[in-house]
Design a protein around this ligand. Structure first.
Ligand SMILES: [Zn+2]
Length: 230
């Protein structure tokens, strides 16, 4: 009973080869990576927009604060030119100094924000350039991938046809177990080696070994492969 499955598995290598060729092809990788970038770029732009709004808000806040302080400064110097007693003059001079310090600190902040805005503009430009490149990559590779798929189609169909025939000889329940696992790995079925799994070399339980000796096909509890004993 296992022989029929092993024949199927051997022929299945041809189908597997086509699948691996397609999955590992540069055409597919490039198409997918470009698609992924394009799909994610909206989120990137949204984040950049949020950052831009935040920076412009902070920038405008500083600029209007500076304008207010300058107005106050003008008022104080006007008052100073009218003042006659020394304590009033000292007070006004102290106030003017405070204002100048605040303006200096705010100007530093404005400069820092300006620097960040410049960086952000660079990021926008880079994102635009990358998006353009990704679109080109996608448009170039999508038809190439389709072409590759098409070129492998006869080989794939031939393999499938052969498998369809071999399938008829395999026990349906066993076939179903094989096909379920085939989606995740290949080969699926391994011969047991003594009392360890033929695929992952892990020790099997006594209970499982007993089943193997009864001619059952078991499932390795470590790697999930099907195991048989001849
Ligand atoms: Zn195993």
């Amino acid at each position: 009973m296992i022989e029929a499955l092993l024949n199927y598995q051997a022929a299945d290598a041809k189908l597997r080869k086509v699948e691996v060729t397609l999955a590992g092809s540069e055409e597919r990788k490039k198409t997918l990576s470009a698609k992924k970038y394009i799909e994610g770029v909206e989120e990137t732009l949204k984040k950049l927009d949020e950052k831009a709004a935040e920076l412009y808000g902070a920038y405008n806040g500083c600029v209007s604060e500076i304008a207010k302080l300058k107005e106050q400064g003008t008022e104080f110097s006007g008052a100073a030119s009218d003042a006659t007693d020394k304590s009033a003059l000292d007070y006004l001079s102290k106030k003017t100094d405070e204002i100048l310090l605040k303006i200096k600190s705010l100007s530093d902040t404005v400069n820092r924000i300006n620097g960040e805005i410049q960086n952000l503009l660079k990021e926008y430009a880079q994102t635009r350039a990358k998006t353009k490149a990704a679109k080109e990559q996608y448009e170039e590779n999508l038809p190439k991938y389709a072409e590759l798929k098409n070129s492998l189609k006869p080989e794939k169909e031939q393999a499938e046809k052969e498998l369809e025939e071999l399938k008829k000889k395999v026990d349906p329940a066993l076939m179903e177990r094989y096909l379920k696992k085939r989606a995740s790995f290949y080969p699926v079925a391994y011969e047991v080696k003594g009392d360890v799994c033929g695929a992952c070399s892990m020790q099997l339980s006594m209970n499982e070994i007993g089943k193997l000796k009864n001619g059952e096909v078991i499932e390795c509890e470590h790697c999930g492969r099907l195991l048989y004993s001849k």
